[in-house]
Ligand binder design. Structure first.
Ligand code: ZN
Ligand code: ZN
Length: 287
């Protein structure tokens, strides 16, 4: 078998406060990385004071150039931008925008992402979805409606969607599978991002693409509970105020190599997780 290579199925870069994509991609490539899916953060994370459509447009342009920087470091990159469900709470609670208007904004932001996909600047919409914490019922409804709009757009544009969801056992993936069925959106378009063991195996059983955090104990549980039909993600937010959250992409590589040493996984399983499943979901050429 070829040298082991590693993929990050969902991560972030922040050139305003953190290392930025160029440096992250370099360090990841040095550790054996070949592919990264980079997902835009929210306007406030880059220090932007504009929270409306123009703020998102600035983010999208900045993110597209981050994806380009990562590609220049030799990685294959899938580039996504959307509207995080936590933005709904921020926009209502802090920016004082009414839920109805946040929903309208969300739809326009998704339209913008779809337009960037059409122009070949983005490969998908994300992250969209539902809050993973308790929030006002109306905020959850707004987030859900934005997600549904994004799923329909993605089907039209033939692009992918990263879903940020609550982690509630078998419920979360089965609800998404039903929703996709209802909306006539192909399962192969979505990624259940941050699917921890307990949710992951149910997603896999339903044939939903899913990525689990690359933390050692999480990976041990993931490989024990299900076939290697999932992907691994860093969800690294590149924020020096929260160093290593969720996990550095290169640490995620070290964690998988430790699993190999410990005999928890074989090279074949690592190859499927880091290459086969990535090639299939993202439609990229193998390394
Ligand atoms: Zn997320
Ligand atoms: Zn994320």
């Amino acid at each position: 078998m070829a040298r082991l290579v590693f993929a990050d199925a969902h991560g972030h870069t922040n050139p305003s406060v953190g290392m930025g994509a160029g440096r992250i991609a370099e360090k990841f490539a040095e550790a054996g990385g070949w592919f990264m899916a980079l997902v835009a953060l929210s306007p406030r994370h880059y220090g932007l004071k504009e929270h409306g459509l123009e703020g998102y447009r600035k983010v999208y342009d900045l993110h597209v150039s981050e994806c380009r920087a990562a590609r220049e470091s030799g990685l294959q990159v899938s580039c996504l931008a959307g509207m995080h469900p936590a933005d709904v709470d921020f926009l209502v609670n802090k920016a004082r925008i009414k839920p109805r208007e946040v929903l309208e904004l969300g739809r326009r932001v998704v339209d913008l992402a779809a337009d960037y996909c059409r122009r070949g600047l983005l490969d998908g919409i994300g992250e969209v979805g539902r809050q993973h914490y308790a929030t006002k019922p109306s905020h959850l409804v707004v987030a859900q409606r934005i997600m549904e709009y994004a799923l329909l757009k993605a089907e039209d544009m033939d692009c992918i969607v990263h879903l940020h969801l609550e982690n509630d056992g078998a419920f979360t993936p089965s609800d998404i599978a039903e929703l996709l069925d209802k909306l006539n959106v192909s399962k192969s378009r979505v990624l259940l991002h941050h699917a921890r063991p307990g949710v992951l195996e149910h997603g896999v059983a339903l044939g939903l693409p899913a990525a689990t955090p690359g933390l050692e104990p999480v990976l041990v549980a993931a490989f024990r509970r299900t076939e290697p039909l999932f992907m691994v993600e860093s969800d690294h937010i590149d924020d020096p105020g929260r160093p290593g959250t969720v996990v550095y992409p290169w640490e995620m590589v070290a964690n998988q190599l430790r699993l190999l040493e410990r005999g928890v996984v074989g090279e074949d399983a690592l190859y499927r997780v880091n290459v086969d499943n990535i090639v299939k979901y993202y439609g990229v050429e193998p390394p």
